[in-house]
Write a protein that binds this ligand. Sequence first.
Ligand SMILES: *Cc1c(COP(=O)(O)O)cnc(C)c1O
Ligand code: SF4
Length: 351
Amino acid sequence: MTESQSSSTPRWKALLAESVTTAEALAGRFDLSPEPLAAVIRTFPMRINPYYLSLIREPGDPIWRQAVPDAAELADAVGSADPLCEEACSPVPGLIHRYPDRVVLLASEQCAMFCRFCMRKRRVGTMAAKDRRAAAIDYIRRTPAVHEVVLSGGDPLMLADTDLARLLEQLRAIGHVRLLRIHSRMPCTLPQRVTDDLVRLLRDVQPLYFNIHFNHPLEITDRSRDACARLADAGIPLGSQTVLLKGVNDDAAVMHQLMETLLTLRVRPYYLHQLDRVCGTAHFRVPLEKGLAIIQHLRGRISGMGVPHYMIDLPGGGGKVPLTPEYVVAQHADHWILRNFENRPFRYSLH
Ligand SMILES: *Cc1c(COP(=O)(O)O)cnc(C)c1O
Ligand code: SF4
């Protein structure tokens, strides 16, 4: 029986319904006291679906840290709710228009798992996005400068297939929208979402780019491999965004393994994000020097296709800019000195 023939509830929805959302339920599975957890969950909701939960090997491991609330979330005194001023860049609610040619449409406020480090922590798990969709589509329709629509959220794949298909078709019907892009964590956090039906509906609205979000090699399983393979087989170009996270992937060897493995999944690393200064995430912050050192480690040691751009999203709404290790050692009138990935200097003549 294929998924489309199966009875009422798709498997991924059934799994979602079994998510752990309370401190008591989590404490029932692991040896921990529910009280401090419950306090965090009252401010920032928890949702860990059974698939992602099954990836945890032991408390405190890189999967655990991404999914399980930490008392440190309530102790963060430096972060702000909306450091990128996204609300100020929203011409209509649920749409962010910061760059000239592309917009982000927050298609859902829901996710298959609530990442503890989420940049949209202020809104994820809160309100319904559905009512806003008509206004967002209308804005895009009357703004010819918009050539690309990025569906984000929350997770746009939390929409039911019919809602997602309708949204994509409405966007596809707008002549000046040349590119569609989906940013989703679900091939990683609940790969059962990538059904034959979903792949078919995405294939039908090409050109569509798909950026996944993997943070650690432990997230790459037979299931997530299969989800990526189905999308790639349908001709959908896959990229990956990774967030640099203390205690998860702030390590050159871990990042090396992650990026190299993603390439074997036909997923091309796109961005490595410096964590935004969002309230409740300070315990994940990694110094910029360390991020640069990781990029420097990757360059030259793995395929150039596997080296992501290390991006910082400027506080105040300035947009994303890349941070790059410095390879220019000196600039002279007739030659420059450059260093290679092994730190050896080379002379490059300007004549
Ligand atoms: C990240 C982002 C985009 C997409 O940027 P790319 O560099 O094209 O991936 C678009 N709009 C906003 C507001 C963003 O934050
Ligand atoms: S899936 Fe994305 S939007 Fe949802 S909680 Fe994780 S980082 Fe945030």
